[in-house]
Write a protein that binds this ligand. Structure first.
Ligand code: SF4
Length: 103
């Protein structure tokens, strides 16, 4: 029984949604609000170029082609926008742990 509980990998407390990350052919546009958030947290310069600490340009390129169907906003969101969202908790194994609070 204990083994089954460990294997089921229940999300941590406070996580409302486990959202699968999907591949897209074209990067999903980052909304103006998310751009402002990225800029204020120093992850994007004024020209709109992304600079994320610990994320290589190669990884960044790959992340631009990832998206989630956001259960809170009920729309497709680029992974980078999801990554900087205040509901983002972590990204284990191709999924986003989302706190699911209203935005
Ligand atoms: S972390 Fe934010 S953008 Fe990502 S799925 Fe949750 S609410 Fe949507």
């Amino acid at each position: 029984m204990l083994l089954i509980m460990i294997m089921s990998e229940a999300p941590p407390e406070g996580i409302k949604y486990v959202v699968p990350i999907k591949q897209v052919e074209k990067p999903v546009k980052i909304t103006d609000q998310a751009k402002a958030e990225l800029q204020s947290s120093g992850m994007m310069d004024e020209k709109g170029k992304l600079k994320m600490k610990g994320v290589s340009p190669k990884m960044l390129k790959r992340m631009k082609l990832e998206a989630v169907d956001c259960p809170v906003l009920s729309m497709e969101i680029g992974f980078l926008q999801c990554y900087v969202c205040k509901n983002f908790f972590s990204r284990p194994m191709g999924k986003v742990y989302c706190k699911g609070n209203p935005l």
